[in-house]
Ligand binder design. Sequence first.
Ligand code: HEM
Length: 173
Amino acid sequence: MRGKYTWKQRRRLTDPIEEHVAFDDTETKIAISGHPLHAMMVAFPIALAFSVLAVDGMYWLTADEFWPRVALWASGVGFVMGVLAGIAGTVELLMVPGIRIRSASWTHFILAVMLLSVLGLNWGFRLNDPVEAVLPWGIMISALAALMTGITGWHGGKLVFDYQIGTKRPSGT
Ligand code: HEM
């Protein structure tokens, strides 16, 4: 076997991290027909977090008490869907070697847990008196939640587009 490679080929420097086979094992395990459940579910907290900010703005402009009731429901459903999406993402993170081994995945996890705390705060803060809660604190928490949703969502996209996390590698690559 030794004769198969030249001395130069045998001595070729390799990056032990890049050579780690686990890096290539990125295929989703929590999926429906190969489509990651997490990616399907995150649309809900993302859309609802931005909606709550818009709805708080509508109350500020119109003083119509319909809007705080909408915000109460939107923030609650957004939080619950965010937690469910987070559970699907966490199981994926722990089960798939190519996701678990990348530091970027853990950065996304930390950003997401901070975001979920703010989404929970935004809902819990409104439970007693949804109308009183909006100005000034509710709308400020909504603005923070929307900003953090943007950052976490953008970072989640990077996982998929930069590292092909959750995707199937074409055979032969
Ligand atoms: C709490 C723990 C979370 C973990 C462990 C996690 C993990 C992951 C993983 C592993 C992926 C790659 C795709 C996949 O394999 O499913 C991903 C993608 C993504 N995540 Fe998370 N995530 C979490 C929470 C969130 C939350 C709360 C949001 C909401 C903003 C979010 C937004 C995204 C987005 C937008 C993508 C890209 C989806 C795509 O373009 O297909 N994640 N996340």
